[in-house]
Design a binder for this molecule. Structure first.
Ligand code: NAD
Ligand code: DAU
Length: 367
């Protein structure tokens, strides 16, 4: 039975992974370590509360002593490292926390794993350090370039992707030099429940509901390769179960969209939902479709992101051939689930957005 430390488990993908793992592996011990930055949200972990095999610890991956203590006292054999500063725009505005958490923090985590699993009290037992990374480390593709493979040279362009690239190199080095059993996944853009509304899809959804502008950077023709978050979790599960020590695996959905097309697609879905459901329209009176208009009227082209990568696309051949990986969610079904989730979890995103999250938690859960 694996005994997992999931770092960053109160964030978007981490929380989805916690719920996925507890559902699929109900006998496994799972400890979440999360610093609860602005992006971490304990309410995203509410469904796990009460499960005796789940434990939440508030703390920083940079706190090596804390991580060592947790690995030993819980006899943990697996780390899944989601903890990171993850938003490109924030990395452009202020790169320091990206270096602190993504580079120095990941290194502290590696030192703790090495200390406990290779040299300390749990030495000699099987272990696995899985590092969750991104396709952004490979840089930007031209329109006719083949998608990224695991051997595409690293060419990170933002402080965020540079910090993730640095952490990937440290993970690789700890395997090559010390023999730590590591795996790394580089995944494309995720969407789904619990995503912080600074990222494109939840931001557009929530802005439509408020009748606020939908900001499109530059010409809107930048391309991302979108994957439903649970398909990412499934890919990590396969890597933990079957991945080679030292192995790197790309995870993606063969699902490239320009930003403007994806925003128009979302507008169409919300238009139809609000037009068909007077109760929903009454809940969101500022949304144009509630008044007979279209959400597309809110689309606003704005100044481009500095250094904005033009296109990402993942070639998932290795994951498919070595692990049997195949995404299960179509884009239409994944987006439908996502829109439904945001419409039915208004308190979650309102609390995240207006800063009254802690107050809301107290009211909802008596925490
Ligand atoms: P997120 O920003 O939603 O969540 C990050 C979580 O990490 C938060 O809960 C935060 O509190 C926690 N955290 C931050 N600094 C910490 C620290 N020093 N110690 C402990 N916890 C800390 O991020 P996400 O979108 O869920 O991304 C998770 C991981 O997946 C990241 O490593 C990211 O690079 C990678 N990734 C994300 C995507 C995507 O589309 N979102 C795609 C590919 C890879
Ligand atoms: O590719 C994987 C990466 O995907 C992850 O490593 C990152 O953690 C994650 O944040 C995401 O990065 P992006 O920069 O691609 O995601 P974001 O949602 O910020 O933007 C998606 C695209 O939409 C991008 O081309 C910028 C554009 N955009 C974004 C926002 C927030 C807009 O046009 N307007 C916006 O308001």
């Amino acid at each position: 039975m694996p005994r997992l430390l999931v770092t960053g488990g109160a964030g978007f993908i981490g929380a989805n992974f916690v719920h996925y793992w507890l559902k699929e592996h109900p006998a496994d011990r799972l400890v979440v370590l999360d610093a609860l930055t602005y992006a971490g949200n304990l309410a995203s972990l509410t469904p796990a509360e009460g499960n005796p095999l789940y434990r939440f610890v508030k703390g920083d991956i940079g706190d090596q002593a804390l991580v060592e203590r947790l690995l030993v006292e819980e006899a943990l054999d697996t780390v899944v490292n989601f903890a990171a500063e993850s938003h490109v725009d924030r990395s452009i505005a202020g790169p320091d926390p990206f270096v602190t958490t993504n580079v120095v923090g990941t290194h502290a985590l590696l030192k703790a794993a090495r200390g406990v699993w290779l040299e300390g009290p749990l030495a000699g037992r099987p272990h696995r350090f899985h590092h969750v990374s991104t396709d952004e480390v490979y840089g930007s593709l031209g329109p006719d370039d083949p998608p990224f493979t695991e051997t595409t040279p690293y060419a990170p362009n933002s402080p965020y992707s540079a910090s993730k690239a640095a952490s990937d190199h440290l993970v690789r080095a700890y395997h090559h030099t010390y023999g730590l059993s590591v795996t790394t996944s580089n995944c494309s853009n995720n969407y789904g429940p619990y995503q912080f509304p600074e990222k494109l899809i939840p931001l557009v959804l929530i802005n439509i509901l408020h009748g606020r502008p939908l900001p499109i950077y530059g010409d809107g023709r930048n391309i991302r390769d979108w994957l439903y978050v649970e398909d990412h979790c499934r890919g990590i599960e396969l890597i933990l179960q079957q991945g080679r020590a030292g192995g790197v695996y790309n995870i993606g959905g063969n699902n490239e969209w320009t930003n403007i097309d994806i925003v128009r697609y979302l507008c169409g879905i919300v238009d139809a939902l609000l037009a068909d459901d007077p109760t929903l329209a009454a809940r969101f009176p500022a949304a144009p479709p509630s008044r007979g208009g279209s959400a597309e009227s809110l689309i606003t082209f704005v100044k481009d992101r500095a250094g904005h990568d033009r296109r990402y696309a993942i070639d998932p051949t290795r994951s498919r051939e070595e692990l049997g990986y195949q995404p299960q969610e179509s884009f239409a079904s994944g987006i439908a689930k996502t829109v439904e989730w945001y419409l039915s979890h208004e308190p979650w995103w309102r609390a995240v957005m207006d800063g009254s999250y802690r107050q809301w938690l107290r009211e909802q859960y008596g925490a």
